[in-house]
Design a binder for this molecule. Sequence first.
Ligand code: IVH
Length: 680
Amino acid sequence: MKNIPTNVLMEYERVKDTLDQHNHRYYVLDDPSIPDSEYDRQMRQLQDLEQQYPALISDDSPSQRVGGKALDAFTQVRHAVAMLSLENAFSDTELDDFDRRLKDRLNFAALKDLSEIEFACEPKLDGVAVSLLYENGHLIRGATRGDGSVGEDITANVRTINSIPLKLRGDNTPKLLEVRGEIYLPRPGFDALNAKAMAAGEKTFVNPRNAAAGSLRQLDSKVTASRPLEMCAYSVGQFEAEVTPDSHTHMLEALGDWGFKINEHLQAVKGVEACKDYYRAMAERRDTLTYDIDGIVYKVNDLGLQQRLGFVAKAPRWAIARKFPAQEEMTQLLDVEFQVGRTGAITPVARLEPVFVGGVTVRNATLHNGDEIRRLGVCVGDTVIIRRAGDVIPKIAKVVLEKRPVDARAIVFPDRCPVCQSSVQRAEGEAVARCSGGLFCGAQIKEAIKHFASRKAMDIDGLGDKLVELLVDAGAIYSVADLYELTPDKIAGLERMADKSASNLVAAINVSKETTLAKFLYALGIREVGEATAQTLANNFGTIESVTKADAEQLLEVDDIGPVVAKHIVNFFNNPDNLSIIDALRDAGVSWSDIDQNAQPSQPLKGQTWVLTGGLEIMSRAEAKDRLQELGAKVAGSVSAKTSRVVAGPGAGSKLAKAESLDIPVMTEEEFVAFLARGQ
Ligand code: IVH
């Protein structure tokens, strides 16, 4: 490079290497060693140098991951080694057949000390297959699978994906390497992308796979760069190197050394029975993963054996995919009902022709609100795609417009509450429509009482949803305070209530009187005040009087209480009806020990965030959470660099692995119990 001083060149290479290293730690190993601010500072240094000396800029510069000039069209690429697909197995028997076919073909019985085949087991990632070509260690081309023989050149787009090395790492890199793998969009990125599209009133993606495919099909690589795609390597096409690994797992390990992300659940096992165990273990974990998988891929691990087995038509003989139950199915929308919740929120609920999806039969799906109905453009009678992924609550992902029947009926959002006929109102800027009837509305009374009685609130044993409905419908109770006026006589007169259950219920209601301030505050059902906020309020204010008198300013001084929650709390306690219910409850004997602000133990875990994972056997998860919150800790659902400690019970999976990779202290449940007993 002419006219560039040697010291600048050296400095440039150094900054490039450092950024590359950090990039690898952050995106491939999930283990950053420097803060983002430092990364940004070094990136600016690189960009400054490149601006000063544009001749320096090469394709493998970390600055080039932001995307470049838009293309007019993708060019076609012929794969030197065809990109095959996989045969599917849908049952254990079909897996046994596969194993038998392999053994027959390899004449395995004759090999005395090899009674079982070794298989590499790995998740089948639900994304888009990609081929990445490296010559002399440099990424020179990225291509889609296409029809297996001819794909499209998406080099500019793959360069923007941070977990794809632009240059191979390490010393013994192959002269020619074609890496095959899956590009996918992890679920948090997918949710964020859809939330953004929804807020902008744009079309959303049905699933992460479609979003990944759509992101790769962009002619403008800057759009691709804005999507948090990841790539995981799972095989090799063309390969020229001094040494060739002897097994699939060793090959993937080598790919890991060269800078690729390898799936964390890759495992080599002996025999088909172990393959079945792996399938079951992963099926259980499926919902806890942050990315979608649609099955397990089994590959004969020995590359020599793979070669002997060869291929049939479009698939290798040495591999098979065992599919999980589908997470998306088609069904019909039979009707839409409008439910009224505890806070008066009116939620449209889709009644569906029952369909088996994600391992369960789904009959209902939430449609959230009027905006969602409009966005989907859905009508009663439509054929819809139901998706039930890790998020458990099934939803309508898309309408199949081609199948719309002639008598499809538009969904009309009601302007009167379906329960009490009060007017339905929608606050400005809010998507949710609410019944204005307050506690005049039967639905709101019922939901408020159900919440009050629930386990994490007043924990009234035996007072389930059905019984609350019965009591309200019979006019036996009108508010939560009425519960404490119930007598066995009053209840026993009701339909379906035997004497015994009536006295049991009254006994359970009596037991519930002794509670804690946090549970009581939670039980009141103040909007946006969940368990954790109720605990925070109890810890910070100590008595119900202080909470009811607190103004927005005082509430905002408390960590974790923002302006919206503060407003809901103030509104709740400004309502005289609510205050009289609290008085009635206390008169009826509901009590707790106030938290003495002065004597209150300092909260030793204040400022810490804990994560509970795996099964807890000594105490319930709810109890563990309560104890941690009492000590001032926040309890989070996922592990990040901000996590202080993880309690891992048996069966802990990806969260534990993540904690270990981030060097976050982990304790067993026994250690945790001992820790609590010590007072910390
Ligand atoms: S191996 C010759 N491994 O599944 C072997 N494929 O039907 C080729 N896939 O389009 C594939 N995860 O995109 C393999 N761990 C994995 C995979 C995987 C996902 C996709 C791949 C291909 C399809 C095969």
